[in-house]
Design a protein around this ligand. Structure first.
Ligand code: NI
Length: 144
């Protein structure tokens, strides 16, 4: 493997996390019929929950001193402080200020999570976040 000398290898490290949360997808400015047509089961006025799975991917050079891209214990604590402690066992619409006025779709949730983690991570590290709402439905941000 040809690599220029003294250029540290860039490696992706991953951390998985989980949270359970309730939500309702709807627009208050739409009729119940329109909300039902667009959001279906996720528009249930009495809420429903998902077991969300989060995959956080951090890319950066290997620190020659530690051999780490970043300490995964630090990443674990960051995800807890910024995401799971705030979202787990909460009603996203009612309990989490990030979603006041923001429909808690998987797409919007993943962008909120990205922004929270991005602000807490070193600018020298690249970040990608994947969020599973179900085993079969998942989203990723940034998209590319
Ligand atoms: Ni839902």
């Amino acid at each position: 493997m040809a690599t220029a000398p003294n250029v540290p290898h860039r490696v992706a490290v991953f951390r998985e996390a989980h949270f359970n949360a309730a939500h309702r997808l709807y627009r208050p400015d739409w009729s119940q019929e329109q909300n039902q047509a667009v959001f279906g089961l996720c528009n249930n006025p009495n809420w429903h929950g998902h077991n969300y799975k989060l995959i956080v991917k951090v890319i950066g050079p290997i620190d020659p001193e530690t051999g780490y891209v970043m300490d995964l214990k630090v990443l674990k604590d960051l995800i807890a402080a910024e995401v799971t402690d705030r979202f787990d066992h909460k009603n996203l619409n009612l309990d989490v200020p990030d979603f006041a006025g923001l429909n808690p779709t998987a797409e919007n949730i993943v962008v909120v999570i990205y922004q929270r983690l991005r602000a807490a991570l070193s600018p020298s590290l690249d970040l990608h976040v994947r969020l599973y709402e179900t085993d079969r439905n998942f989203v990723e941000y940034p998209a590319e």
